[in-house]
Design a binder for this molecule. Sequence first.
Ligand code: NAD
Ligand code: ZN
Length: 368
Amino acid sequence: MAERINVNTRMGSSSYPISIEAGSIRMIGQIAERSASGSNVAIVSNAKVDGLYGATVTNAFRQAGLKPVTHLIGDGERFKNFKTLESTVKFLGENKISRTDLIVALGGGVVGDLAGFAAAIYLRGIRFIQIPTTLLAMIDSSVGGKTGINMDFGKNLVGAFYQPSAVVIDPNVLQTLPKREITAGFCEAVKQGALSGPKLLKQTEDALNNIGQFDRFLADQVRFKASIVAADERESAAKTDAKSRKILNFGHTFGHAIEKVTRYRRFKHGEAVGHGIIFAAELSKKLELLAEDEVKLLNDVVHRTGSLPPLHGIDPSEVFEAFKFDKKNIGKSLQWILLEGIGKPVVKPGSEIPDRILRDTIRAVISR
Ligand SMILES: NC(=O)c1ccc[n+]([C@@H]2O[C@H](COP(=O)([O-])OP(=O)(O)OC[C@H]3O[C@@H](n4cnc5c(N)ncnc54)[C@H](O)[C@@H]3O)[C@@H](O)[C@H]2O)c1
Ligand SMILES: [Zn+2]
């Protein structure tokens, strides 16, 4: 069963379609025709994804009478930088991609974030389509319009809010995705399930056990992300209610901290978020917000996503110090996303959480 979701963004073009359908990358030509009037399509991908799906996608464009050209970027987070952005916009210029043409991101979140940012700034913005090929990109990064690159002073610190014209999700491409990437994507899915409520969390558990409908699981995950984005597209600093975009940072303060102290080498981002969910649940319990059985449920679901690289050897005080780095990025006090129950997120100012409790929780989670 194909699923179609319309995302209303309240920005300029107001809404865009997200489709979830097995085999849909073969039909990308028709979707592109509806998205742009020009005949050129610039595909941005990397060698690995292009090797797997590039031919299918370019053939589909050719069959629709379009002229695809492909630009390959390096594989990995470290290529999500200014240099790659520059080479990408240069490629667009050299291939005379015009305002009526289209950019297509074919890959995971790295390709999507970078190609989306290139689309936002090239000729002051040209249309682009996301074809997310990782689980994380399907349920998270391709939806919501955050695009950007990493800088020496921090990740994702230069970018733009720029919505795609369409998102085309073909679940079949997950068949080639390495196990660790599936686990990482599922950790973000558990995060969204924990924030949304028991229904989405259960669906995520079922998807982990291969029961139930995977397309429906993807669709409901996307719907949840889209609903949060629609209510707070630009992540307003002042908004701190349960529907603010900030809540999507659940599990991320600890996640970012352990990524940083292990120099981004030990964990995939999603895996770090998996540990971060456990940490946030434990902290919520210590603050008497979350009941023991719900903490246990979250632990169980996170562990069922796969085996996460262990926390052994991480120095608790370095993690504590790294929390301050997250705080600096926000500009004022750190805001913790905690749970009062499954589906009941709360935004707590860091000033309300004693350092002693933070340190105790870090130690408890690391030494487990
Ligand atoms: N924009 C947002 O709102 C948002 C949200 C979350 C994460 N992100 C960003 O997303 C990025 C992480 O994305 P990711 O987890 O997709 O990582 P990724 O893009 O690095 O992809 C992971 C790996 O999987 C490979 N791959 C991709 N699709 C494949 C397939 N179908 N078969 C086999 N291999 C495949 C890639 O080549 C890569 O080696 C980070 O840069 C993060 O900052 C952005
Ligand atoms: Zn994340």
